[in-house]
Design a protein around this ligand. Structure first.
Ligand code: UD1
Ligand code: UDP
Length: 364
């Protein structure tokens, strides 16, 4: 039997690495299909190197486009690959367009699928990822949940509990593996970042695609930069729009290209504060105990607020929230990490997959 992992975007690589490693240890034959949704070296290659992922067996080179065009290219490219390799199982990750396309292709070709990071919901269907999550969970044969609240979301949508396995968070496995390598000092030195600093990442369409939203957000980030030097490893999406809105290098504000995984987490680990609209970064800051202000009206990861260091803020509320976080240090309410965020999600997922490949009864 062959297991194929369909990966396309930066967060996919981080979530897949521990699963691929654990399946390898169980001797399962597997391959990575890279859709090419992310293609810049700093959005893709650097993650394969940092995470020790094997070379993809195929790269579809799909690239960027509108949702319809990108998804259409993903569908046709993935159909060919799945027909060529005839996998026993296709594993998909998270909520990106590559994930949605792989699930649709496999459902129509009757190829079994597993979804890692199932059941997260922002309940905001204007977010493209929310649409991808709902469809992916509805069509997956094996459903891997990272945190307990996912179970009730899946049950409410009629996902058979027999398909659902609560396994913990493989993104946190990757973070555990990277911990010994995380050292802010060399990255600070290379980028010219002083001792106390904040890190900001911004790429959500709702924040960066519209000039008015971009301006509000940039004004808020500039206000934070008056309090503490801010470094922004900037996603290519919206780079121009944010620059037009005033997000350019200036005193206390350093804009840099996206960073590799180890460099980025090194900076986060040493930061006094993180400002973000990323999904994964909310989880990583919770794990590292670094205060995180998420500039979004909602989160599909509320456990990072209840168990972690995360707070949702509006752009207008960001400066005051930053003052408070910088004064208080960590904003952890309980000091307890979410359940099963223990670095062993990859092996749990691999055991379920290996049992499924053997034809064992999988009732959790
Ligand atoms: C995608 C995911 C999002 C995830 C993010 C992680 C979807 C719908 N969205 O958003 O959930 O949080 O990845 O980073 O799948 N671009 C480059 N180089 C690249 C990749 C993209 O310049 O290597 C630019 C292009 O201008 C492109 C834009 O970024 O149009 C958006 O890329 P795309 O993959 O469509 O979506 P993301 O915003 O990256
Ligand atoms: N990340 C990175 N370099 C950066 C920004 C983010 O390595 O410059 C990592 C981050 O640590 C996390 C993942 O990329 O593991 C999150 O990806 P992103 O924020 O693009 O996507 P999201 O999680 O919002 O879908």
């Amino acid at each position: 039997p062959l297991v194929l992992h369909v990966l396309g975007a930066r967060p996919n690589f981080v979530k897949a690495a521990p699963v691929v490693r654990a399946l390898d240890e169980l001797g399962v034959r597997q391959g990575i299909v890279h859709t090419g949704q992310h293609y810049d070296a700093l959005m893709s290659d650097v993650f394969f190197a940092d995470l020790g992922l094997p070379e993809p067996i195929a790269n579809l080179g799909v690239g960027s486009g509108s949702h319809a065009r990108q998804t259409a290219a993903l569908l046709t490219g993935l159909e060919d690959v799945v027909l060529e390799h005839r996998p026993s199982l296709v594993v998909v990750y998270g909520d990106v367009n590559s994930t949605l396309a792989a699930i649709l292709v496999c459902a129509k070709l009757h190829v079994p699928t597993a979804h890692v990071e199932a059941g997260l919901r922002s309940f905001d269907r204007e977010m493209p990822e929310e649409v991808n999550r709902v469809v992916t969970d509805a069509l997956s044969d094996i459903v891997f949940a990272t945190s307990p609240e996912a179970l009730s979301h899946l049950a409410r949508e009629g996902v058979d509990p027999e398909r659902v396995h609560l396994v913990g968070n493989p993104m946190i496995d990757s973070l555990f593996s990277a911990l010994p390598k995380l050292d802010p000092a060399p990255v600070q030195e290379r980028l010219g970042i002083p001792g106390r600093y904040a890190v900001a990442t911004l790429h959500r369409p709702a924040n960066v695609d519209d000039p008015e939203s971009a301006r509000e957000l940039v004004d808020a980030v500039l206000a934070v930069a008056e309090r503490v030097p801010v470094v922004v490893p900037l996603h290519p999406r919206g780079r121009q729009r944010l620059a037009d809105a005033g997000l350019v290098n200036r005193e206390n504000l350093t804009i840099v290209d996206p960073l590799g995984y180890v460099d980025f987490l090194s900076l986060v680990r040493g930061a006094a504060l993180v400002v973000t609209d990323s999904g994964g970064v909310q989880e990583e800051t919770t794990m590292l105990g670094v205060p995180c202000l998420t500039v979004r009206p909602n989160t599909e990861r509320p456990i990072t607020v209840t168990h972690g260091t995360n707070r949702l803020v509006t752009p207008a509320g960001l400066p005051a929230a930053a003052d408070k976080a910088l004064a208080d240090g960590s904003t952890t309410p309980s000091g307890e990490l979410p359940p099963l965020w223990d670095g062993a999600a990859g092996p749990r997922i691999a055991r379920v997959i290996a049992a499924w490949l053997r034809g064992d009864n999988l009732s959790p």
